[in-house]
Ligand binder design. Structure first.
Ligand code: MD3
Ligand code: FE
Length: 247
């Protein structure tokens, strides 16, 4: 990732994030945790958000939301999930892993919507397409505890996160759990790119902020994370990003 110089400071001043992009900030002002993170507020406009929600309704029809379970304790997550793409992230008694099919229907995951593949191509320098798009659905009381995303083989690939619906209070720390953390809101249409050191940073969602969006009927929040799971093979062209027109 080469595109994130100076961009992190943008995120740290949450009160100004809705105004025009701030000028580049000298590296000395960048917080000491999670460099390589870049927030693009309002990357998707309202029409694009509505179009994406329509496509996600089809994803959920084909691949219903399920409640993942913590491998150790058997405790259910408060977030419900599904996936699209060739691979999907699942968690059950046997552990966390990527699977090519839905755990209940056993059908392959539906394809990743083009608008998301286009966002990945526009926002990352990674030379191959994402393989998994995890769909997290938060009801008003759902949260996600601090964790690292380490189930992928290729940590050199960034994770691209798209937020829809109610605002979530996102928290991120360092690459050890004891590192200091900071938090900022993720609003509908925002995209967060996690590359570099931020790729292995501890992170979570503290809470959903009620009354912040009318995009989803019930005041919930959806977060989509685009991920590369395996290293691309130069031999195969299957992984190449084919340019697509915006729907
Ligand atoms: C930082 N999702 O699905 S999105 C997850 O809003 C996850 O649903 C949260 O953490 C959510 O694993 C946070 C922002 C995010 C996503 C992936 C990351 C931050 C990340 C991966 C590595 C580091
Ligand atoms: Fe995560």
């Amino acid at each position: 990732m080469r595109r994130n110089r100076g961009s992190i400071a943008l995120k740290l001043h949450a009160d100004s994030r809705r105004s025009k992009p701030p000028a580049m900030t000298p590296p000395t002002t960048i917080a000491p945790v999670a460099t390589g993170m870049r927030l693009i507020p309002g990357f998707l406009d309202r029409e694009q958000q509505k179009h994406l929600v329509d496509e996600l309704r089809e994803v959920v029809r084909l691949a219903p939301l399920f409640t993942p379970i913590m491998p150790g304790t058997g405790k259910p997550f408060s977030v419900r999930m599904t996936n699209c793409g060739p691979l999907g992230w699942v968690s059950d008694k046997n552990g966390y892993r990527y699977e090519p099919a839905h755990p209940l229907t056993r059908n392959p995951w539906p394809p990743i919507p083009d608008i998301l593949l286009n966002a990945w191509a526009a926002l990352t320098d990674y030379p191959a397409a994402p393989q998994a798009c995890l769909v997290n659905y938060y009801g008003p009381a759902a949260r996600m505890g601090m964790h690292q995303d380490r189930d992928e083989e290729d940590f050199s690939a960034p994770v691209v996160s798209v937020s829809l619906g109610a605002t979530g209070r996102f928290r991120i720390g360092g690459i050890v759990r004891s590192a200091p953390t900071r938090s900022f809101p993720l609003s509908s249409g925002d995209i967060l790119v996690l590359g570099g050191a931020s790729r292995l940073a501890f992170h979570g969602i503290d809470r959903i902020v009620a009354g912040t969006s009318t995009l989803l009927p019930d005041g919930g929040r959806i977060n989509l994370t685009l991920r590369r799971v395996s290293k691309p093979t130069t031999a195969s062209r299957d992984d190449a990003i084919t340019p697509r027109s915006q729907a």
